[in-house]
Design a protein around this ligand. Sequence first.
Ligand SMILES: [Zn+2]
Length: 459
Amino acid sequence: MARLIFSFDSEDYETPAADDTELWWARTLTRHGLTGCFCLVGELARALRTRGRRDVVEAYQAHEIAFHSDMHSAHPTHAEYLEELDWDAGVERLLREEGRGIADVRSITGQQPSAYVKPGNSWGPQTAATLPRLGVPIFADAPLEWAPGVPIWYAGSLCLKYHLHFDGYFRDPEDRLARMQRDLLHLLEAHGDGYVVMYTHPCRLYTAAFPDNFTAGKNPPRSEWRPAPLRPEAEREALKRDFDAFVRWVARDLKPEMATYRQVYEAHAPGRERWLNRDQVRRLAGAAPPAPGPLQWEGGWLSAAEQWSVLVGALALGEVHLTWPKQVAARRLLGPVETPARLEATSTAAIGELMAAARSALQDAERTGRMPASVSVRDAKLGPNALMQACARAIPRHFRARWPERVTLTPADETPALAHRADFAALRFQHTWSIFPPGFEGRRLLELARLQAWSARPA
Ligand SMILES: [Zn+2]
């Protein structure tokens, strides 16, 4: 059976009446001896402080604290500004604004947030690449995972989806408890030795809808924010009764192995970068797949970006008339952030020219932390896969062989294989979140997301 995480999107800073539902959920779990993960929006943490809710802040103490963005739905949302800014400017804005939110959540709760939960469907590969720099290496409610309940490393974050929500049972009281029990059991079995994340929005226990201040691109000043409408009292009491019974059943009868995001990270912590010796480099040169993708390697995996850094790194360290680099590091690079060059025709280059190109590509990667989208060899422009495949072909397979004099440059598939997988190919922004301005498509973000598949590997 999979391990179970209870995750709470604590986000409604506009509705003071919803503070009591934060308290109810935190205390209910504590009463049943369970640990939940409360994913706080920075603005809610500040609002609780402003509204004098020390009781809520103290009730969180028994639980894990995660982070659910600084301002959630306020415009521009992450996806909206990341679509417009270049990669580095987007990362800088995330560092500045989300850095403030994380610092506030940490001060107010006393815990460094363990995980990041995206607001609605607002994300970009830049968020996955930036939050670990703020000490938050887990991306929960991620748009991707390797397999149901199995995390994936992607753009530097350990990503896990959300799987089941209490919110799906708000509407229909008929047999509610039994349906929840059946659905959870089914998922715990289906996810094998992975995880099931069951989540809710605590606010929605009391509110009849989400606040609509920022719906469809609206962005009124703070003085015009309105609270969400509340549920009738009978409805909320019925929900509390059933959810309390469900949590009691989980704690006393089902007794699954519970997990926190921190434990997920500990179970999959990447450790230090790998090094490959000469023999391993030769073996990798023969094993790297033609379309970039993760490769099973000595009890773990190498992402396509790690393979690239080893094969290009071996050429960068190579010298034409000498032997081989003894050790090459598998750098954890990001994928390119611009459309890769596409080599149109086959040609050849002298080995020294390929080595010079590899050195320049690797220098670029050291400076930026990501693979360059285009590298020149003589007058040909190679995308990262064409370069990696040329390097793989140049590496002699026999341990006594020397570098070849010339190397063939051949067109290669520049889209990582994972980007073609059905769930990845179906990623969209349009019509996925009521907060986005109508017509928001995020096409560039989707292209960047595909390119970051270079960095992906199963956890
Ligand atoms: Zn949310």
